[in-house]
Design a protein around this ligand. Structure first.
Ligand SMILES: O=C(O)[C@H](O)[C@H](O)[C@@H](O)CO
Ligand SMILES: [Mg+2]
Length: 390
């Protein structure tokens, strides 16, 4: 079998979106004076779909969410020529070709996301060619079903956030992630509002359910050191991305305080990036995203590394490419789950592009043994609400 073609298309959402709600999620831009809405650069309203076709007609599906148009250009210009004509079963060889050929300017960020998109499609081909789901190629079923945590609760009106939490508590979720809306720039009033939001959520879910807290890189080390002792009483399972991804020393100092487990990784890339995080004891929970980190080839290696370090893996994003990694290793206890909502940040967009995603039931997800590859097909229902290029 040989790879005959690689096609990258950018799906740009033109449908209904939820307008930005003030302070719904702290983020890295909060620390930079700006008169524009800070979360704007962290919206995923377009997505690159990668289709790799073999000479016997198998089409593998991959996807890229980071900087989709740039990712497409990198795939078209650099990555496709490296894999066309090659045997998809040589997945490690193909990954090294893509990684090393772009090493001078790649390694992290959008290049690694582009490599991930091609790698996902290659693994989809492998599964389809032997009529097995990808997780069966990675070690198989380590769980009867995958526990997942409900991830949204954008910090807006507290009553609305509590009602949202109650609705999904009633649907059987046992773990919830909320976003802080405030950081250092919002002074003491922001500290108070952050703590009020956590208190409001604990009022609904109680202490028999897991609570995770997301900063999305919107704090800094000094602010996080002040906040951690105030958060301890709420017993969070983790505090996520308190500082920017490059501040590994900050992560390590916060994690070393041992007050709340620090999590991160959705903005880290490659096996080497995670070796550095683990060697520095920078995180207590690893959260790579398989469509960013280097695809299944890289994520599978990082799973093994995390197993050796006894650091759990809870991949970023509730999306199928991550579920196969969680299913195939004891190192990953659960998955994130983005529910189906109107498009807001863009985490929801996956539901509008792909069919095949499992719907959570009672806080669990199931992957089927009889669905080959990643288990995704392209949805046709919303095509008229996308502008597709490529
Ligand atoms: O962990 C997450 O789910 C991400 O950080 C979110 O995708 C981001 O949109 C912040 O809510
Ligand atoms: Mg996050």
């Amino acid at each position: 079998m040989k790879i005959r073609s690689v096609r990258a298309r950018v799906y740009e959402w033109k449908g209904k979106t939820v307008p930005p709600q003030g302070n719904f999620c702290s983020n890295a831009m909060d620390l930079v004076y700006s008169n524009t809405e800070t979360m704007s650069t962290f919206r995923f309203h377009s997505w690159t779909v990668v289709e790799v076709e073999t000479d016997d007609g198998i089409v593998g599906l991959g996807n890229v969410a980071l900087a989709p148009r740039i990712a497409k250009a990198i795939i078209d210009e650099y990555l496709a020529p490296l894999v066309v004509g090659q045997d998809p079963w040589d997945s490690e060889y193909l990954w090294q070709r893509m990684y090393r050929a772009t090493h001078a300017w790649g390694r992290k960020g959008v290049t690694m996301a582009a490599i991930s998109g091609v790698d996902l499609a290659i693994w989809d081909i492998l599964g389809k060619s032997v009529h097995k789901p990808v997780f069966k190629l990675l070690g198989g079923r380590t769980k009867e079903k995958i526990p997942c945590y409900y991830s949204k609760l954008y910090r807006t009106d507290l009553k609305a956030m509590q009602a949202e939490a109650q609705k999904f508590l009633d649907q059987g979720f046992h773990a919830f992630k909320m976003r802080f809306g405030y950081g250092p720039a919002h002074l003491q009033d922001g500290v108070k509002k952050n703590l009020q939001a956590v208190e409001a959520l604990r009022e609904v879910i109680g202490y028999d359910n897991d609570l995770m807290l997301e900063c999305y890189m919107g704090w800094n080390l000094e602010y996080a050191k002040r906040m951690l002792p105030k958060l301890e009483k709420f017993e969070p399972r983790w505090l996520e991305e308190p500082v920017i991804a490059d501040d590994i020393g900050g992560y390590a100092e916060l994690n070393d305080m041992g007050i709340v487990p620090i999590s991160g990784g959705e903005h880290e890339f490659s096996l080497y990036g995670f070796k550095q995080l683990l060697d520095r004891k920078a995180v207590s929970v690893v959260q790579y995203d398989t469509n960013r980190v280097g695809g299944i080839t890289a994520a599978h290696k990082i799973n093994a590394l995390c197993e050796a370090y006894s650091v759990p893996v809870v991949p970023h994003a509730g999306q199928m490419h991550n579920y196969h990694l969680t299913m195939s290793t004891l190192a990953s206890p659960m998955a994130e789950y983005f529910p189906i909502f109107d498009v807001e940040v863009g985490n929801e967009l996956f539901w509008y592009i792909f069919d095949g995603e499992p719907i959570a039931e009672n806080g669990f997800l199931q992957l089927r043994d009889d669905v080959p590859g990643l288990g995704l097909t392209l949805k046709t229902e919303y095509l008229d609400q996308f502008q597709i290029t490529g």
